[in-house]
Design a protein around this ligand. Sequence first.
Ligand SMILES: [Zn+2]
Length: 233
Amino acid sequence: MSRINGFIGRRKFLRTIGLGSLTLTGITGCSQLVQKSDIFRENFDVINANKALKILLAGNQRFVSEKNQHPHQSKSILAKLSQDQYPFAAILGCADSRVPAEIIFDQGIGDLFVVRVAGNVANDITIGSLEYTTSVLGTPLIVVLGHERCGAVQAALAKKTASGKINSIIAQIKPALINVENIGDNAVLANIKYQMQRLQSKSPILEKLVKAGKLKIIGAIYDLDTGKVKLLS
Ligand SMILES: [Zn+2]
């Protein structure tokens, strides 16, 4: 059994023992075998970062062209996923109501591990969530998903002081915008790149997974007008 900074590398563990899915009763390594289902096999055996990205982009294309398939949204999926989950991709996205990950990528229950917070900031809480899905659930891809006209980014760029706890979010975006002059997509892009960097610079677990080739972190921006997700080059 491999361990990644104290977490079990579940995919490798399953391959090693040659059995189906298992339930981790905690992130300390205590496990219990449960029945393997088709969706587990589908998500477990063949998904790597590149394939996960292909699935996401294909789903977004369906959404854009209004050919949604609404996969994994029937009630029968509940039973298959009642004991376990194998999300094939993780999204660090903005809490903006216009950017709901499962809808814009045309995915369903159990497909995506979605962490949403204003400005898609990488902080201890969001990073901790992403460490869980990548190192325990085996998710091979994190997409940092910003969007056009992000209010959190605009607030950070305007250098205004907000009331309440909003300031703590703005403070986590401001360093990304030091060299950005104009309000607009440039600021959003700068923030996406900055938060991508923070995922690794603040998390030895994520950094280690990336270096081991077990995780890809990519950036993308969502077009509020067309619904299209465009990858950062
Ligand atoms: Zn936003």
